[in-house]
Design a protein around this ligand. Structure first.
Ligand code: SF4
Length: 411
């Protein structure tokens, strides 16, 4: 069988140039273009065992779906969550089911991401596609992350090395790294600024102030950021002099609403001088797709309660961790859920063996996106990318299972 062109979702790079080969047994033998992390991701063995289990005992898919329908229909306030590893099509099916059930719908790590979501809703963003960054950026600023290690092909594909009509690869670009320690990324930098991650907000305020020509006290700047004012002034001049700057940031900044708002304001301030954009490096799976589908369908990206027949938004209230902690959900539909399953009746769907699958009342093994089934996934910059199947499986796709479940509940 010829190699299949598919997309890797093992990190936020979402590389769509992977050529996947499988042998006669369905084992992945080659993942051309994938980095080491991607190779390991594709090499994960297919899950074995029955397609469906009820309370630890093998069952037919129909029996499992019937029991799942019973659990979810009988619940006062079911929670539909997971979703970060699902295709966009599977998230859409989950959304339709949540609507039908009057459930809360959310995704696994939404509580951790609520800060960045709220910052985006408060301040907007100054951003671009990664394609534009690859074509245009002559300065790349990596803030608070070891991008070369966590996203091994980011520099190659998007930020530092691509050539275009305007930029001649690495030679034409300046790489600045601001981070707490000298990482592999910092070692590649033209300039490295060591900054305690807990002082990111203060540093962003200093940069904004210097950009606005506000006179600052040097001793205070040094005390608040741990970095001399001259270094910040030098950085501001470099940022102003860039033709197109791209800031890529990691989890540290994303966890702070204040930092993200200050960052967006800095990008907007820089627009008076030149073009700058900022974007997170992104994470594994299809978190961007999950948030987008929820937004398309309800107007809100996470923590949506449909119990009253219309969407209500509750970050920190109807988000996964908060609902499970308070014991408010009395049943859960877990779709590719990372972490332990909660101690309420659960229906778990996944392509791999997880703690949530092991403890689920009903567990259904589904086809693995990007290897056993196709669909679409969304890159961190919002670009939709196709994923394709390279081998067959006896398991249903997640959307097939969810659509059958919805039909059963309708009946
Ligand atoms: Fe996969 Fe990320 Fe490596 Fe690309 S950089 S192949 S998305 S792990």
């Amino acid at each position: 069988m010829p190699p299949v062109l598919t997309t890797c979702t093992a990190c936020g790079c979402t590389c769509d140039d992977i050529r996947l080969s499988v042998d006669g047994e369905g084992a992945v033998t080659k993942a051309d273009h994938a980095c080491e992390i991607g190779q390991q991701w594709f090499a994960r063995p297919p899950a074995t065992g029955p397609v469906a289990m009820i309370e630890g005992r093998e069952a037919t898919l129909d029996e499992a779906l019937a029991r799942a329908a019973e659990i979810l229909q009988g619940a006062r306030l079911p929670l539909v969550t997971g979703l970060q590893q699902a295709t966009t099509e599977a998230v859409r099916a989950a959304m339709a089911l949540a609507d039908q059930l009057g459930a809360c719908i959310d995704w696994t790590a939404s509580d951790a991401d609520a800060a960045s979501t709220l910052a985006l809703q408060n301040a907007g963003s100054v951003t671009a596609s990664l394609g534009e960054v690859a074509q245009r950026s002559d300065m790349v600023l990596v803030w608070g992350m070891d991008l070369a290690t966590t996203h091994p092909r980011h520099f190659e594909r998007y930020s530092l090395e691509p050539t275009s009509a305007w930029i001649d690869g690495r030679e034409d670009r300046t790489l600045i790294v601001i981070d707490g320690s000298s990482t592999a990324t910092a070692k590649l930098a033209d300039e490295y600024v060591q900054l305690d991650p807990n002082r990111s907000y203060e540093a962003l305020v200093v940069l904004r102030s210097l950009l606005a020509d506000i006179t600052l006290d040097a001793a205070t700047v040094k005390q608040q950021t741990g970095v001399a004012i001259d270094k910040w002034q030098e950085l501001v001049e470099k940022m102003k002099a860039a033709k197109y700057g791209a800031m890529i940031h990691g989890g540290g900044l994303a966890a702070s609403r204040e930092c993200l708002i200050a960052l967006t304001q800095l990008m907007a301030d820089l627009t008076a001088h030149t073009r700058w954009v900022a974007m997170p490096a992104g994470s594994a799976g299809n978190k961007a797709g999950a948030a987008s589908v929820l937004t398309w369908q309800t107007g809100y990206p996470l923590g949506v309660n449909l119990a009253e027949g219309y969407p209500q938004y509750g970050p920190g209230e109807w988000t996964t961790a908060a609902m499970l902690e308070r014991g408010e959900a009395d049943a859960a539909l877990l779709i590719g859920f990372e972490g332990d399953g909660p101690s309420i009746p659960t229906v778990a769907l996944d392509w791999q063996s997880t703690n949530a699958m092991a403890s689920a009342t009903v567990a259904i093994r589904t086809a693995r996106p990007g290897v056993e089934c196709g669909g679409t996934t969304q890159r961190v910059d919002g670009v939709m990318l196709p994923i394709r199947a390279a081998r067959t499986t006896d398991a249903p796709t997640t959307e097939e299972a969810l659509e059958k479940l919805k039909s059963l509940i309708e009946e």
